[in-house]
Design a protein around this ligand. Structure first.
Ligand code: SAM
Ligand code: SF4
Length: 335
């Protein structure tokens, strides 16, 4: 039993309740998407990253502090050995409402069914283009057909409300936004468009030059689809619309054009065990140090997490013209 039972919720200095944790379980990936990684990446040595047991332990601490939703991400979470056991263990935490996963889809053909059996409720699959050559350009190593088959496998496994995430870059894939929405409609799934964020040093493009705003995407879509506003919130940063006459919802994640910080309910656990209080700032607390210095001391871990809420910044500091503002890549961060 907890010695601090009066605290069942994490609340920061600005009155925001934190009930959503995103965990990066690996910085490794079988893709090298141009907005996420450099072509040559140096990955972290094993001793520096959390073990699966440590991740599970920290997830439990957060659940005891009122976190209701956990997203497992990376890097590519499905390339980490033991990921299914980890998901099964986290899925058993009773107080959690939702265990969800982000993936690039490359391993879904083999893993979708086993994933469904772990207790994962929903999955997000990245898909930026429907053109095989462009897919190769953007992901550098990915194969479009494999991911498309993965999406089919996820549907067959019975996942509900599958969502595609598409990062839109001007003159790379911005002309495809209507086709991507049509793909979502044809497959009865959802889609979110993401504005690129300046995380980590990349070498393929100038981020300010390829910026394509959510408003531009919306006006492109309105040429072909009727988008109706909806109230429904998923607990994430997306603002959603329903495509009239379909089951598909279209979301916009707009860190530059529509700041979402005032309703931020989330924190991130990096692959190295740092609790990151904001994606667009460096404020963090080293939870790995705490659990390795005092193994099994759940109270100490929970107290550290509670105190960390005091340094959660009010808002992110992204600026496309001043690069790189944040040196860590999305893959290590838990995007
Ligand atoms: N590998 C998995 C995937 O691709 O879905 C999970 C990790 S990935 C870092 C999570 C999401 O972050 C993906 O939808 C990806 O497109 C997005 N992402 C990566 N780098 C980004 C950046 N610099 N700006 C905006 N979104 C980014
Ligand atoms: Fe890998 Fe996902 Fe980053 Fe692409 S966005 S390189 S798939 S972690």
């Amino acid at each position: 039993m907890s010695n601090s039972p009066e605290i069942t919720q994490l609340v920061d200095r600005f009155g925001r309740t934190v009930d959503y944790l995103r965990i990066s379980i690996t910085d490794r990936c079988d893709f090298r998407c141009v907005y996420c990684m450099s072509e040559e990446m140096t990955f972290l040595p094993r001793a520096q990253i959390l073990t699966l047991e440590e991740i599970n332990y920290i997830a439990r601490a957060f659940a005891e502090l009122g976190v209701k939703k956990i997203r497992i991400t990376g890097g590519e979470p499905l390339v980490r050995r033991g990921v299914l056991d980890l998901l099964e263990n986290i899925g058993k935490i009773e107080s959690l409402n939702e265990l969800v996963l982000s993936t690039n889809g490359s391993k879904l053909v083999e893993m979708a069914e086993a994933l469904k059996n772990t207790g994962v409720k929903r999955i997000n699959i990245s898909l930026d283009t429907l053109d095989a050559a462009k897919f190769k350009q953007i992901t550098r190593t990915g194969v479009l057909a494999t991911v498309l088959k993965g999406i089919v496998a996820a549907k067959q496994a019975g996942f509900e409300r599958i969502k595609i995430n598409a990062v839109i870059l001007k003159n790379r894939n911005h002309l495809e936004v209507c086709d991507l929405v049509q793909f979502a409609i044809d497959n009865a799934i959802d889609i979110s468009f993401i504005e690129e964020m300046p995380l980590g040093v990349i070498n393929s493009h100038d981020r300010a030059e390829v910026y394509y705003s959510s408003d531009s995407i919306k006006s492109d879509l309105k040429q072909k689809f009727q988008l109706n506003s909806i109230e429904e919130q998923t607990g994430g940063p997306s603002v959603y619309f329903k495509v009239a006459g379909t089951v598909t919802r279209v979301g916009f994640i707009s860190p530059h054009s529509a700041n979402f910080c005032s309703t931020c309910n989330r924190v991130r656990l990096t692959v190295e065990g740092r609790l990151l209080l904001c994606l667009g700032n460096e404020h963090s607390v080293d939870l790995k140090k705490v659990i390795r210095a005092s193994p099994g001391n759940m109270e100490k871990l929970k107290q550290t997490i509670i105190e960390a809420m005091n340094i959660k910044p009010e808002k992110h500091e992204f600026d496309l013209k001043e690069q790189p503002v944040i040196l860590r890549h999305m893959s290590a961060t838990g995007g």
